[in-house]
Design a protein. Structure first.
Lengths: 515, 540
């Protein structure tokens, strides 16, 4: 066991994005406290945006300094800090960029859109995003179970507060309470599972775990089974995978729309990052007696993915509240996002991370875009039901067109980012001969047409109660258009981003921590 | 001068450019929008006619082929220890034309032009209508031209979205239900197709190029690559070895059958083959007439084209052992459609069921696996496309005047609208297969092709001609003769803009009826390769 390493000055450069975010969070909390009431809290929002962008710049600088591909002497590929408990590698950096970018778009689109009557503590809504993203970043960048769990808790606890920021709304408080309870239970499951891992291997560091897990298997196979399935259950709650998804619809509905988007994209992505970190470095190496254990664990994940797709899609069919509908569509999409990991890593299926990341990026754009449209539409119509979209084509044809493209992407129709993301993941299922999962993915996708085209029916084929044009704030409009164009660009030109991921991402250095 | 132009891309994408231009025009100027839409429908028509003139059957469409790499998705190669330079998932932008797609391209360009002319009856939201109409055309042209599986799939899917809108916004009373049903049924078909395509890409599409430093592996979606790999014994997909099985590249017989049946379902929904036909009845009755012209005239033929291009050419063994099944399905289509068409009270449903019946004849042509029969299948597709487009054109114009298409509410129209009634009669006669009109040739060739191998099935199928005579004459005589309701007394006959497409379609139907070699010459070499392959398989 190496002596506990302390943080040196040179390490602070590698931790710059995280440090920037923590300083910004503390500063903004103080500013919010002393800023006179009459000043619009959108100022805090702009400053939050600056903090997020500054952190993203540092991440990009590190990505460049890490170099590309397999490690060489000049570009080591990854840095271990604090005895390997924190890792700066391409896996973490790519995901951090997604989290920071998504949060920046979410904050930007809510500037001037979130109303004081709805969220009386608007300043907090903005600056609490910072520690939440910080938690997500820790989750994507740790090589130790304890650090990973701290990241998870930082993200979770901040999210509980964020959900409750609609202080005067009863459903918001109810949602926050539900979220605290289920989220807490989930954390407990994960922690309990981790404790078994610690118990049989004697370590929390993923690298150490890796070495100890094979000998431990001989004596404690049953305990490891319990450990992994407890963790799977915990993560399934965090990811809102069926049948652990019941909280999602209530929480998404109760939270302010920007927070809903944050939960759907960043919180979900971060839980996936942690799942990749832990499972690719432990479960992937559990051969067990006759290799059954590894098979069982990944089969468990596959079944969860399939269940999420089915339950999410079927549930969304009956929803008329848009936020609940998108929550259930998020359940189905979580199943799709889980698929590459669940198919595990083989010679011919080694692209699991680029499959996952590409769809995550597409998913982030289409969700943030759709939630931004929803924010504007529901503010105008006064409710969050599907009928609020009625006649949108007549009132705001361009917004309706943008929403149509975003919905096509959610439905996986060409030529959009959602289409290519799904195609890429589907090809993985075909390559690994997991045809039953391909079939479920395809059939649920087709059924989801009915879900998403219900919006289109409302927008184009019904007449709404309102005739006036749609009032829209400039940041929201810009966000919607960037998301729409990005969705199209991901569909028409998927190559640049896939080439880029292929160039910088390397399985041995960035995903498997061996050696 | 024209030789250097990428003609095929121009055909496929001028409608898309047209759609964007239409979107930029002011929405109140309906005349501008209409003229722009007509221009951008005419350009592909001119180009396809030019293509037709230049096309030489003996050398195929080789000179027009456009081929470039479109996507080359890097797959992670670190799963292998060493010796692998790259693994790519490659999709090509590959457009080509041959004797099978040429007639269908011509059909598309002609019917789309007639449909855009027939869109005078569209009363609202012209801008969106014409933009979607043009987008739909890009999808259809792309389907007939694309030679990469994924490119084909994308074009196939692109037709779904505009069709959903066109049915759902401009249709009749039950339009929204019809649109949703169309979307879900065809979506399921596309899903089956995609799964089948991906199975093929992941096995037959695999190739490995060995170099000095290592191998470059490629999963290709190119149709030509798949077709040549199919008969190449040195391809990993055809080798039942330990290695091929371990990597999941080997295309076993079971997988072949699964992929084949998936394709049969996918295109069977589109054709439609009984029992996958319920969605198309709704579309026939609820969609606006110009869109039904496209739907019945062209979209159903995408199913036929897909069946021949993929199910027949890529799975010759499977189609051969299932030829009887296909023929029986064809006969069921013929009789089911024919009998139900006889008892309908709604003229549009008579036509819908007659479409099912006529598509059954196409299936018989395919099931024959003889040159004559396959030519007959394509011929019948084109002929039925022209005839049903003509009939629905008249239906649209009649509905504008009478506000009904129910047979018991119509009657005696020969007195007030003699021209339209006359054309309706010609269309009906072509539909029942009167010699001298195009329907006869298509049916004759299909039956002739099948007669050699399956005499009894052909005989039963030929009963369909009898049924056609019954339902066509019953409904058309009911409309044109008999007692006329008083409200129809002051009706005006077709205006010039309505009459023009009717005359053109009628002329083409007559032309194909009296001079069939104008089209059969085109297809002469289209099936040679396939038939040779079938012959060798049967011999060996």
């Amino acid at each position: 066991m190496p002596a506990l390493q302390t943080l040196t000055w040179s390490d602070t450069w590698y931790l710059a994005p995280e440090i920037v975010l923590s300083i910004a969070a503390i500063l903004l909390a103080v500013v919010d406290l002393f800023l006179p009431k009459r000043i619009n809290r959108d100022v805090i929002g702009w400053l939050t945006l600056v903090g997020l962008i500054a952190a993203a710049v540092f991440v990009v600088l590190q990505l460049l300094s890490l170099g590309s591909g397999a490690p060489t002497d000049s570009s080591p590929g990854a840095y271990n800090l604090l005895a390997g408990s924190y890792r700066i590698d391409d896996f973490g950096n790519l995901l951090k960029l997604v989290f920071l970018g998504a949060s920046a778009f979410i904050v930007f689109s809510s500037l001037g859109t979130v109303r004081d009557e709805d969220v009386p503590i608007k300043g907090e809504l903005y600056y609490l995003i910072l520690p939440a993203v910080l938690g997500a970043m820790v989750m994507s960048s740790s090589g130790d179970l304890i650090t990973l769990f701290i990241g998870l808790e930082l993200l979770s606890i901040t999210s509980y507060v964020l959900v409750a920021t609609r202080k005067r709304s009863r459903i918001s408080s109810e949602a926050a309470f539900k979220y605290v309870v289920t989220g807490g239970v989930a954390s407990a499951f994960i922690l309990y599972g981790m404790s078994f891992l610690y118990g049989v291997t004697g370590g929390t560091n993923l690298l150490a775990l890796l070495k100890e897990i094979t000998p431990a298997l001989e004596n404690y196979e049953a305990l490891l089974y319990i450990s992994f399935f407890l963790m799977i259950a915990g993560f399934a709650v965090k990811l809102a995978l069926a049948p652990f998804h019941a909280w999602a619809a209530d929480v998404y509905q109760g939270a302010p729309t920007p927070v809903t988007a944050f939960l759907a994209v960043v919180a979900k992505g971060a839980a996936f990052a942690m799942l990749y970190r832990i499972f690719m470095n432990t479960a992937f190496f559990t051969m067990g007696t006759e290799g059954t254990m590894k098979k069982d664990i990944f089969l468990g994940l596959t079944v969860l993915a399939a269940a999420a797709m089915i339950v999410g899609t079927v549930g969304a069919l009956r929803q008329r509240n848009v936020k609940r509908l998108l929550a259930l569509s998020g359940v189905a999409n979580a199943g799709i996002l889980l698929t590459p990991l669940a198919l595990s890593l083989t010679e011919f299926h080694a692209s699991l991370f680029s499959e996952f990341l590409y769809f995550l990026i597409a998913y982030a754009f289409m969700n943030i875009g759709a939630f931004s449209v929803l924010t504007i539409v529901s503010r105008d119509s006064g409710n969050e039901s599907l009928t609020g979209f009625a006649g949108l084509y007549h009132r705001a044809p361009w917004t309706a067109a943008a929403m149509t493209i975003l919905l096509c992407s959610l439905a996986g129709l060409p030529v959009t980012g959602g289409f290519f993301g799904k195609l890429f993941i589907l090809f993985g299922t075909v390559q690994t001969h997991t045809y039953w999962l391909s079939a479920i993915l395809l059939v649920t996708t087709v059924v989801s047409y009915a879900v998403y085209f219900a919006f289109i029916r409302q927008m184009y084929m019904r007449s709404g109660a309102l005739d006036s044009g749609l009032r829209m704030s400039a940041p929201a409009a810009i966000t919607i258009w960037i998301c729409t164009l990005a969705t199209l660009a991901l569909g028409f030109l998927p190559m640049p981003i896939l080439d880029w991921i292929d160039q910088i991402f390397s399985i041995p250095t960035d995903l498997l921590l061996r050696g | 001068m024209l030789d250097n132009l990428p003609v095929l891309s121009l055909i496929a994408f001028t409608p898309l450019i047209g759609a964007l231009i239409v979107l930029l025009l002011p929405s109140a100027r309906s005349q501008w929008l209409r003229i722009a839409a007509i221009i951008f429908t005419l350009i592909p028509l001119v180009l396809t006619v030019w293509l037709f003139v230049c096309y030489q059957p003996s050398i195929g469409g080789g000179v027009f082929t456009e081929h470039s790499t479109w996507l080359s998705i890097p797959l992670n190669k670190e799963g292998f220890k060493e010796g692998i330079l790259s693994i790519k998932l490659g999709f090509d932008y590959h457009m080509a034309v041959d004797g099978i797609s040429m007639p269908l391209l011509l059909l598309t360009s002609i019917i789309s032009t007639m449909a855009v002319l027939a869109s005078v009856h569209i009363r609202k939201r012209w801008k969106t209508y014409y933009a979607l109409f043009l987008l739909l055309l890009t999808g259809i042209y792309g389907v007939f031209l694309a030679r990469d599986l994924i490119l084909f799939f994308i074009f196939f899917e692109v037709t779904l979205i505009p069709m959903f809108f066109l049915i759902g916004i401009w249709g009749y009373f039950g339009r929204e239900k019809a649109a949703t049903r169309f979307l879900i049924y065809n979506g399921l078909g596309s899903a089956a197709m995609l799964l089948s395509f991906l199975i093929l890409i992941a096995t037959l599409g695999f190739s490995s190029v060995d170099g000095a430093n290592g191998s470059s592996l490629l999963f290709s979606g190119n149709y030509d690559v798949l077709l040549s790999n199919l008969t190449n014994p040195n391809v990993l997909a055809n080798m039942d070895t330990e290695q091929a099985r371990y990597f999941g590249i080997y295309l076993s017989d079971n997988m072949k059958w699964a992929a084949f049946i998936l394709l049969l379902v996918a295109f069977g929904i589109k054709v439609p083959i009984f029992p996958f036909h319920t969605w198309m009845l709704k579309v026939h009755t609820e969609a606006p007439p110009p869109i039904v012209m496209i739907h019945s005239g062209i979209l159903l033929k995408m199913g036929v084209y897909g069946l021949i291009r993929f199910a027949v050419f890529l799975f010759p063994e499977q189609i051969q052992s299932w030829s009887t099944v296909l023929a029986v399905l064809g006969v069921i289509n013929i009789l089911y459609g024919g009998i139900l068409a006889c008892v309908q009270r709604e003229f549009k449903l008579v036509l819908a069921y007659s479409s099912i019946s006529h598509m059954g004849i196409v299936l018989l042509g395919i099931a024959s696996l003889e040159e004559v029969g396959l030519q007959g299948a394509i011929y019948q597709s084109v002929s039925h496309g022209l005839i049903s487009a003509l009939l629905f054109l008249i239906v649209g114009s009649l509905y504008e005047r009478t506000n009904t298409t129910r047979l018991d509410e119509l009657g005696g129209l020969a007195k007030t609208v003699p021209f339209m009634s006359g054309i309706l009669l010609i269309g009906g006669l072509a539909s029942l297969g009167l010699p001298g009109l195009s329907g006869f040739i298509g049916e004759f060739l299909s039956f002739l092709g099948l007669f050699g191998s399956m005499k009894w099935i052909t005989a039963i199928g030929a009963l369909g001609i009898l049924l056609a005579a019954v339902y066509v004459l019953r409904s058309i005589l009911n409309i044109t003769f008999g007692s006329m309701p008083e409200s129809f007394a002051g009706m005006k006959d077709a205006r010039f803009i309505e009459a023009l497409p009717m005359i053109i379609l009628t002329a083409l139907i007559v032309l194909l009826g009296v001079y069939p070699s104008i089209m059969t010459d085109l297809m002469q070499h289209g099936f040679t390769g396939l038939l040779e392959q079938l012959q060798t398989r049967m011999g060996g």
